[in-house]
Design a binder for this molecule. Structure first.
Ligand code: PXP
Length: 247
């Protein structure tokens, strides 16, 4: 069975926040994605609230009927919001104030006690917990030890390698193949530990197929590329094309 697609709609809110106004509607975006066949909706509530706002989480909780996955830092402020709004899933991510986007996975090894504490609180409330990680065996074991039910493997390095035609021949192709193999090994290891495996970051219509052929990966979280394409073909079509690319 093909992996599921959760569409990350942060950048619909990015456009709205560029004018601090009411459009485009995040609710309309979520409904269109679901009607186009997305298996879930992902949003990242950042500490700086640069796109998604607290109210968006509340409204999306009312509207999303498939699966609401909220990415957040492992802080008490975010745990409180999760416990109040009760998304189906929380994905713990690292956050630093000046980053353009999430830079790599959470260092669970270095932050083990805090991550374990946060995972425990979320799970006790019945929220499914995923942790965004680099494809690194030590981090996967730490995430498992902290009680996570899923790991989301960070595909940023692979995505970077496949941005241009570099990846289609010579040394570029070899590096991309080595990174795919690192992700596949990490996925196999995680499944052996009993974890569910997702992947995401920087994935596109062009580069997702190689990862979609790794059977251990059962979910993708993809945002920027889908929202970018939606400018030209509409959101429904953009989501359908990504579902096809994953198949
Ligand atoms: N997964 C995680 C944990 C992320 O932080 C992001 C970006 O918000 C994504 C997936 C989606 O990345 P992209 O927008 O590059 O598809």
């Amino acid at each position: 069975m093909a992996a599921k697609l959760n569409v990350n709609i942060d950048h619909v809110a990015t456009i709205r926040e560029a004018r601090k106004t009411i459009e485009p509607s995040i609710v309309t975006a979520a409904v269109i994605c679901e009607q186009a066949g997305a298996h879930g909706i992902t949003v990242h509530l950042r500490g700086d609230r640069r796109h998604i706002q607290d109210r968006d989480i509340e409204v999306l909780r009312e509207v999303v009927t498939t699966y609401l996955n909220v990415e957040m830092a492992a802080t008490d402020e975010m745990v409180e919001i999760a416990l109040r709004t009760m998304p189906e899933a929380v994905s713990l991510v690292p956050e630093s104030p000046n980053e353009v986007t999430t830079e790599g996975g959470l260092d669970v090894v270095a932050n083990f006690e805090n991550v374990k504490r946060v995972v425990g609180k979320l799970k006790a409330a019945g929220i499914f917990v995923s942790i965004f990680l680099d494809p690194d065996l030590e981090q996967i074991e730490a995430a498992n030890g902290a009680g996570a039910q899923q790991v989301e493997l960070c595909t940023a390095e692979y995505a970077d390698m496949t941005l241009s035609s570099r990846a289609s021949h010579g040394e570029g192709a070899q590096k991309a193949a080595a990174e795919i193999s690192r992700i596949a090994q990490a996925a196999t290891h995680a499944v052996k530990l009993g974890l569910i495996v997702a992947a995401g970051h920087g994935l596109t219509y062009r580069n997702v197929a190689s990862l979609a052929s790794i059977p251990e990966i059962t979910e993708f979280n993809i945002g920027h590329n889908i929202i970018s394409r939606s400018v030209f073909v509409g959101l429904s079509q953009a989501v359908k094309e990504m579902i096809e690319a994953i198949k």
